[in-house]
Design a protein around this ligand. Structure first.
Ligand code: NZQ
Ligand code: ZN
Length: 388
């Protein structure tokens, strides 16, 4: 196991009817900006309930944060905050709203051009760059990204998706009430399961470093998602299934299974280009890319792929290669069982568009991806060809 530092300051309030914690976890005299998306949280009545809990505090609403949140939209909130004075940001929504709110929090007190903050990649932005941030709380409505308990955001700008990381961006608290996710369209539930699943594989399907706790936690999250996947899609108001989905998604990307192990993230980097170019939902891009990536990288991932086949899918017969083949097939079948499209062509993307995708990877400097850095542009091209 590698050396590691672990830090996660986000307080979680999990379960039904937890909104009353807003009363005690946001200062009484704070001016609060509530951020939300295209309106689902207004229509479900959640924004109204949140406002009721905020009582006499001064509240400013900022709606309209779109899926794959855009820099330009977020900067409008920054302008309002600078003009009005805001002490606390309360994000009510899915990954896009929470990510967008993290970026707003970082940008408000940044002295330069805020686009600078898009170019730190996976390097954490510190107080040397951003002297001060606004505290954030979240009310989660879509289980998928783990953004409610991590320090990352992904911001869209100029046909690219840019990761932004900062320890200062961890939410102070997040309210995870599975019932707030009941209104999700089926496809977003499926996207969320795929996203959480692939967050785990990015941190687990690499090479062994004898990290037994992390491996078994990763396997437990994957098995949970497999067990509850179709149930939570077919029975959206089955509380137990949805509660397990929500907590699995949070645990998949709150840093716990990442400690002391190598990490991949190539599926995400290739997937981000597919979203930026073709508007395919984040979770669906991953369901397309992962199985092909596992196929192409089966040698570098051999030992963990066999472990995945045996421990996650219970495949014990046959040679190592047969186990790996079957595990990849079962992975595809699982995504298909959720109702996801698992081929680029199903989204209208054809072979002649692959050079454009590869050119974008190159433009964004994504030329040596994965835990080994061995996914060159040539290898990404192979993965994309296999994903058609
Ligand atoms: O905008 P509204 O009207 O709220 O509708 C949203 C949106 O259209 C809707 N929705 C959310 N909760 C709902 C609901 N509809 C009905 N009922 C509810 N309870 O769902 C749609 C998608 O929302 P979005 O927030 O975009 O989805 P998700 O949570 O999957 O977030 C995706 C974004 O997160 C980034 C992705 O790149 C993408 O931009 N990621 C962030 C990560 C992180 N911060 O750690 C890691 C991830 O890998 C990912 O890259
Ligand atoms: Zn993701």
């Amino acid at each position: 196991m590698y050396n590691f530092d672990f830090y996660n300051p986000t307080r979680i309030f999990f379960g039904k009817d937890r909104l009353n914690v807003l009363q005690t976890n946001i200062p009484q005299d704070a001016t609060v900006m509530i951020t939300y998306g295209g309106g689902s949280a207004v229509r479900s009545g959640l924004i109204g309930k949140v406002k009721a809990e905020l009582g006499n505090r001064r509240v400013i609403e900022f709606g309209g944060i779109e899926p794959n949140p855009k820099y330009e939209t977020l900067m409008k909130a920054v302008e309002i905050i600078r003009a009005e004075g805001v002490d606390f940001l309360l994000a009510v929504g899915g990954g896009s709203v929470i990510d967008g709110t993290k970026f707003i929090s970082l940008a408000v007190h940044y002295n330069g051009e805020a686009t600078d903050l898009l170019h730190f990649g996976f390097q954490s932005i510190t107080s040397t760059t951003v002297p001060k941030v606004l505290p954030i709380g979240t009310v989660l409505t879509l289980p998928a990204t783990g953004s409610e308990m991590n320090s990352g955001a992904v911001i869209s700008y100029n046909h690219g998706k840019f990761p932004v990381m900062s320890e200062m961006a961890y939410p102070k608290f997040s309210i995870l009430d599975p019932t707030y996710t009941y209104t999700l369209p089926t496809i977003q539930v499926a996207n969320g399961i795929a996203d959480a699943f692939i967050h785990v594989t990015e941190q687990y399907l690499t090479y062994p470093v004898d990290a037994r706790v992390q491996d078994r936690m990763a396997e437990g999250i994957l098995q949970t998602l497999i067990e509850i996947g179709t149930t939570t899609i077919n029975e959206p108001e089955n509380y137990d299934a949805r509660a397990n989905h929500v907590w699995a998604a949070t645990m998949a990307l709150n840093g716990i299974i990442a400690v002391g192990v190598p990490q991949d993230w190539a599926t995400h980097m290739i997937g981000h280009e597919l979203t930026a170019l073709f508007g395919i939902d984040h979770g669906q891009t991953l369901a397309i890319v992962l199985p092909s990536l596992l196929e192409v990288c089966r040698d570098q991932k051999h030992a963990k792929l066999v472990q995945y086949a045996e421990r996650v899918w219970g495949i014990h017969d046959g040679s190592d290669d047969q186990k790996i083949d079957l595990a990849i097939e079962k992975t595809r079948e699982f995504f298909r069982s959720l109702g996801l499209k698992i081929r680029l062509t199903e989204h209208g993307v054809t072979a002649d568009q692959i050079p454009t995708i590869v050119a974008q990877l190159e433009a964004h400097g994504l030329t040596a991806l994965s835990e080994t850095g061995k996914i060159t542009l040539e290898v990404s091209k192979k993965i994309l060809e296999l994903s058609l």
